[in-house]
Ligand binder design. Structure first.
Ligand code: ATP
Ligand code: MG
Length: 652
């Protein structure tokens, strides 16, 4: 309870528990608790032995590694001296394993056009693209920015870079020319791959024009490769710089051997969404990352040969890297890929896709789940979702009430939900239920995966007691960990490795309950200090969301002379008028759910909450709004700035 120790009060009690159905457990990768305990203990107690076996069995090696691990804390090398290639692991290795004619990508465009690519066909396309990149003059170690719609050519471009050792930097195709230029310059990109346009809710967004503006401020970029996607006529092409994909790629040879690359060869840079400030280029390397993405995919999604797996994330985010491309493809999965908006032409598009393609595994984000709830059950009820057997969530904490809706409405109460906690920095999932064995609790990411040693500490670095919240660290290195922030060693060391000696600082708060389950309590920066009690945002938000009138809630602290900080809550509502009566009701509701301590001082109604492009609530901005300060920091990732203006007017 005390503030001085840096611990966080745990206020909301959630004791619902959902064991997996027996028929799921029977066929699961992890099918007994003792099996998990055994593997977990092995990975912890004989780390190098465990990962040596994993790497030998699950990656292809042109040359074997001589040492499993070398280094400490921020400076590590995994699978030293080994040579492998992520594109080979995702393509050639699958064909060798007999999956040449299996669908790798089943794609649907927003207008309804479709394409499927078998592993053999995907390899051919990747080879052509790799040959084209080589012809353009891209070699190993060069950085290629990719700014594309979610067409098959996006993973093709990523895998083509990986095939020749070029480093890709995927920039989400909703970012501005400013953001593209910043990322080009920070990374020293030599080439940008883009498209003539992007379909969004029936309209065409002119991607190439945006890239052109960025290129005026991107001196390192020599060429621009342009995919024809929307076919709009007036695409400006600059002679000598710009090349059409169909002129450059299509005629190339469909057999371009993967280049043997060092285990630690950089695979990609990915700029994080910037929920907390200036975007940073997270660097991942080849072998360790690829292995982590593959194995976590197989464990957490319990992958079976006949699954139709759909991760709804855009390749512009880490989830798209690890769980649209490198994880599932290294595991030979069939991946559904959808280009457009979830509400085009109507709010049932996702459920239409699930029904049409008989999706068995669906992995999406809480922001989407909250939107579906808001749009209404009738869109779900129209469709047969019985093909689904497993659901996943990622990106933010999922409020228990949203979890329950996902469980009942989408999962038909038969699909386990894997609430996966991880970060761009971690490369892949770190904590998650294992769907065959873990009894899930709404709002908890449950237990660490094998190889993950979490530790929750106070500000002095001392472990906190169970049920107390503190800073979440990872105590031991794991293969998928980030290797740096591109071009900023100092920030890398300061941000992750300085505060708690010897451990990786995640930047999130968490607590472990008496069953050994972990609960993410929000970001360290978001903790609210009320009269000496440190409260987690997610718990107060979850209490608000459990009220039937509340769709979404964001809770922040604002200065208060008396209490240190007061609690300000921003909510979006449905079915009720935003008035004083509802305000009082919501305050009382939180008081009843949690206690007087957590009762919000202010309740502000909003049309929508400000979010990053990846759909996460930006509490940082709301803090400033709540305390009447101006909006500070980098706002390039805001979904809609007018939202902030609206919030400033209080009632929207
Ligand atoms: P930036 O680091 O630039 O501020 P970001 O942290 O939003 O951006 P990501 O790496 O995409 O960028 O997100 C990781 C963060 O998302 C985690 O640190 C955590 O705060 C949150 N998160 C992800 N998954 C979960 C989850 N299952 N439960 C709770 N929080 C989650
Ligand atoms: Mg982060």
């Amino acid at each position: 309870m005390s503030d001085a120790s840096g611990q966080i009060d745990h206020v909301l009690t959630e004791d619902r528990s959902f064991p997996p159905p027996a028929e799921f457990t029977e066929r699961a990768v992890f099918s007994s608790q003792s099996q998990y305990e055994e593997v977990y203990a092995r990975a912890r107690d004989d780390r190098d032995g465990f990962w040596a076996e994993e790497a030998k069995q699950h990656l292809h090696w042109f040359e074997p590694f001589t040492k499993v691990f070398d280094g400490q804390t921020s400076k590590v090398r995994w699978f030293v001296d080994g040579k492998t290639n992520a594109s080979y692991n995702c393509l050639d290795a699958q064909i060798d394993a007999g999956r040449g004619d299996k669908n790798a990508i089943v794609w649907e465009g927003e207008p309804g056009d479709t394409r499927t690519l078998t592993y053999r066909e995907l390899r051919s396309e990747v080879c052509k693209c790799a040959a084209a990149l080589t012809e353009i003059g891209i070699t190993a170690g060069d950085v290629v920015s990719i700014y594309m719609p979610m067409t098959p050519e996006l993973p093709i471009a990523m895998l083509a870079c990986a095939r020749i050792g070029a480093i890709h930097s995927v920039v989400f195709a909703g970012f501005s020319s400013e953001s593209i230029a910043d990322r080009n310059n920070d990374a020293g990109a030599k080439l940008v791959i883009t498209a003539d346009g992007l379909y969004r809710r029936g309209k065409v967004l002119p991607l190439k024009e945006t890239v052109d503006e960025a290129l005026e401020k991107s001196p390192t970029v020599k060429n621009c490769l342009v995919l024809r996607r929307t076919g709009n006529d007036n695409v400006p092409m600059t002679e000598g710089r710009d090349l059409w994909w169909h002129d450059t790629v299509d005629h190339q040879s469909d057999d371009f051997p993967a280049v043997p690359l060092d285990s630690e060869a950089p695979l990609f840079i990915l700029y994080t969404s910037g929920s907390t400030g200036k975007p940073k280029g997270i660097l991942h390397t080849t072998a360790g990352y690829n292995l982590w993405a593959k194995r976590t995919f197989q464990w957490v999604f319990d992958h079976r040969e006949d699954d139709v797996y759909w991760c709804t994330a855009d390749c512009g985010w880490i989830t798209g890297h690890s769980y649209v491309v490198y994880g599932p493809m290294a595991a030979g999965a069939t991946c559904l890929m959808y280009e457009g908006a979830p509400n085009h032409p109507a709010e049932d598009r996702f459920w239409d896709l699930v029904e049409k393609y008989k999706v068995t595994i669906l992995y999406t984000a809480p922001t989407a789940v909250r939107a579906f709830i808001k749009w209404g059950d009738e869109h779900v009820d129209k469709h047969d979702l019985s093909s689904l057997r497993l659901l996943g969530s990622v990106g933010e904490g999922i409020n228990p009430e949203a979890w329950m809706w996902y469980h009942k409405k989408i999962g038909g109460e038969r699909c386990p939900i894997v609430d996966t906690w991880w970060q761009t920095e971690t490369g892949g999932i770190m904590m998650s239920p294992l769907p065959g064995i873990t009894a899930t609790k709404p709002g908890s990411c449950t237990r660490p995966l094998p190889g993950v040693i979490p530790s929750i500490v106070d500000e002095t670095g001392k472990d906190v007691d169970p049920n107390h919240g503190g800073m979440l660290c990872i105590a031991e290195p794991w293969p998928g960990m980030l290797r740096g922030i591109w071009g900023d060693e100092q920030r890398f060391v300061e941000q992750y490795w300085s505060m708690i000696p010897g451990k990786y600082l995640t930047g999130d708060n968490a607590r472990m309950d008496s069953d050994g389950y972990y609960w993410i309590m929000g970001r360290i920066d978001d903790v609210i200090n009320v009269s000496g009690h440190r409260l987690s945002t997610i718990e107060v938000e979850s209490a608000l969301v459990s009220h039937e009138a509340v769709c979404e809630a964001a809770v922040v602290g604002r200065e208060d002379a008396l209490k240190g900080q007061a609690i300000a809550a921003f909510v979006t509502i449905r079915g009720r008028e935003p008035n004083e009566e509802l305000r009082k009701e919501l305050k009382m509701h939180v008081r009843k759910q949690i206690g007087a301590l957590a009762q919000p001082d202010d309740i502000r109604f909003a049309a929508t909450l400000p979010k990053t492009r990846s759909g996460k609530i930006m509490r940082r901005l709301l803090r400033d709004v709540a305390s009447g300060r101006e909006v500070a920091g980098d706002t390039s990732t805001l979904e809609d700035l007018s939202v902030l203006a609206k919030l400033n007017d209080d009632e929207a």
